[in-house]
Every structure is written in C-alpha cells, then in structure tokens.
Design a protein around this ligand. Structure first.
Ligand SMILES: NC(=O)c1ccc[n+]([C@@H]2O[C@H](COP(=O)([O-])OP(=O)(O)OC[C@H]3O[C@@H](n4cnc5c(N)ncnc54)[C@H](O)[C@@H]3O)[C@@H](O)[C@H]2O)c1
Length: 289
C-alpha cells in the first residue's frame, strides 16, 4: 500500500491557509511536489517557503480560481515547475452566510464562481492532462452544508453542485487512469469562525470541539496516493475522530408503481405509504443503506 506521494506533482487551490495549507504541508512531507495556489499570493508564498525550508518541494501561485482560465493556467504552472501533474485538490472556496431573505445575487454568483465553476474548470483541465499522460487523482473538497444548513444555502448549493460533478465525472472516468473523489471536512479555520460567530449571535449551542485543519489532511493525501487506487466517485467524511462516507443522492426503495399516476392517486400515496418516508432535513447520520 503506497501511502507516500514521492514524485507526484500536486496542485492544491486555496492552500494559503486552513485545510489547504495543512494538506500542502503533509503532501510535501510525504514526498509530493506541491503547487500552492491561493488568491492571497503572499499567504501562498509563505506556505511554499515554509515547505521548502522544511526540505520539501513547493512553488506558489496566486491565480484566481473564480476565473475559468485558471484551470488551464494551474496545469501549465505545475508542468513548468515540476514537469508533470499527478494530483489536484479543489480546495479554494468562498463562504457566505445569509438567510434566504438576505441572500444577494453576489452571494450566489461569488460562491458558484469559485466553489463550483472554478473547481470544475480546474478538474477538467487537470483530467484532460492526466488522461493524456500518466493518470492522476482529483479530490474535490465539498461540505456537510450540501445537505442543507440554515443560512448556508448559497455555499451549500455550490458544494452540492461540486458533489454532483464528482459523481457524474467519476462515472465518465471509471475504468481509466484518472480517479475523482471528494472530501467533506471539518476544521477550525477562518471559515468556521464565521459560522461560530453566526451561531453564537443566534444563541445556538456551539460544538465543544472542532478539529484543527491538520486533522483533515491525511484523508485528502490518502485520496491523492496510490493506496486509494480502489476508491472512485466517493465522498469521504472526516470530522476529527470520525471517518466515514457520505451517501450519494438516491431513489428511495421500494418504489410505488401505477400504470398511470393521477393527482388523486399521488395524493393518496403521500397520505398513505409515502407519509412515513419524508426525508429529514439537514445533515443526519443514517444506517447503512
Ligand atoms: N472549515 C470547515 O469546517 C469546512 C467544512 C466544510 C468544508 N470546508 C471546505 O474546506 C475547504 C478549505 O476551507 P478552510 O476551512 O480551510 O477555509 P479557509 O478560508 O481557511 O481557506 C480557503 C482558502 O481559499 C482561498 N481562496 C478563496 N477564494 C479563492 C480564489 N478565488 N482563488 C484562489 N484561492 C481562493 C482563500 O484565500 C483561503 O486561503 C473549502 O473548500 C471549504 O469550503 C471547510
């Protein structure tokens, strides 16, 4: 089981801090060559510098993931720096907290531009290169908020979109040399600070403990490594001491059947057998299905 990343060149977006930085540091410690991207160029350079000082290989990049051309630019930057590309972590994200009535067009556009479209552009450019060369692993960082969380609809939907891209593109890539998975993390970062302040303002009890960013890096590096060769199209959930998978959206069985559903028979179905099958809202834990 090869859990090291020796010789692999990996692009990590939004790696100037938080989970991206922790992943960049661990990936480099495991032998990977890391392109540390962040729109905050100084932060990206600090991380790359720290990795080099620790004996690892890293270069920084400050391209804006919210621009479609950045996907191709990051592939080109990795090739220029390291001569190859084996891994991509779509980690950069914009976080906006607002209930529906206060959500603005800009909240929706900004979150989708970076979290969904930007990640899609990076994944597509990386996959094209990997398919034409020696394969690779793409890891999309999604969120429990994709299950629905109050005041996190824009952000959650942007991550749900990225999760759906993961399922569909993993199906298209199946059997080939490029794997695509996702990670739903939990960490004490500047992003979770915003949630904590919001929950406190609404007197919602705060969790006792939120793990540090570094607690998420091993799951992401595992997915980049050859040790995870059998994993494809999965959403790994890591939350401190908890490790599991997220379910994919699915059709609930058993399925009721009728040769021709009418408004009346559908109403009867929802008053009858389907009344006990309404899904709970938000992120819940379910038994194996
Ligand atoms: N912290 C958590 O509990 C948590 C939970 C679920 C999901 N996530 C996800 O984990 C990932 C990392 O989050 P984090 O908590 O470390 O947050 P963070 O805010 O510390 O890190 C995000 C980084 O992305 C960078 N970034 C933002 N827009 C960018 C752009 N357009 N181009 C390039 N870089 C950009 C930021 O400068 C920042 O350094 C994100 O995808 C986030 O949605 C985090």
């Amino acid at each position: 089981m090869q859990t090291r990343l020796d010789g692999k060149a990996i692009v990590i977006t939004g790696a100037g801090g938080g989970i991206g930085e922790a992943t960049a540091r661990l990936a480099a410690a495991l032998g990977g060559k890391v392109l540390v991207n962040d729109i905050n160029g100084a932060a990206a350079e600090n991380v790359a510098c720290a990795i080099r000082e620790a004996g690892g290989q890293a270069q920084s990049n400050s391209d804006d993931v919210g621009k479609w051309a950045t996907g191709q630019a990051l592939v080109a930057a990795a090739l220029e720096a390291f001569g190859r590309l084996d891994g991509l972590v779509n980690n950069a994200a914009v976080f906006r907290l607002a209930p529906m009535a206060q959500t603005t067009e800009d909240d929706l556009r900004a979150t989708f531009e970076v979290n969904t479209l930007g990640a899609a552009a990076c994944a597509q450019a990386a996959a094209r290169h990997m398919l034409a060369n020696s394969g690779g692993s793409i890891v999309n960082i999604v969120s429990g908020a994709q299950c629905g969380m109050e005041a996190l609809a824009a952000y959650g939907a942007s991550k749900g979109g990225l999760a759906s891209l993961t399922y569909a593109w993993a199906m298209e890539l199946a059997g080939g040399r490029v794997r695509m998975n996702a990670v739903s993390p939990l960490a004490d970062t500047q992003m979770s600070d915003i949630t904590r302040a919001y929950l406190a303002s609404r007197s919602v009890p705060l969790p006792d403990y939120v793990p540090p960013a570094s607690a998420n890096a091993p799951a992401i590096c595992y997915l980049l490594s050859d040790a995870s060769a059998g994993l494809h199209g999965q959403v790994v959930r890591i939350g401190g001491s908890d490790l599991t998978l997220m379910t994919h959206p699915a059709i609930l069985a058993p399925v009721l059947q009728s040769s021709q559903w009418t408004v009346e028979s559908i109403a009867a179905a929802f008053a009858g057998p389907l009344s006990s099958r309404h899904q709970r809202l938000g992120m819940v834990q379910v038994e194996q299905i």
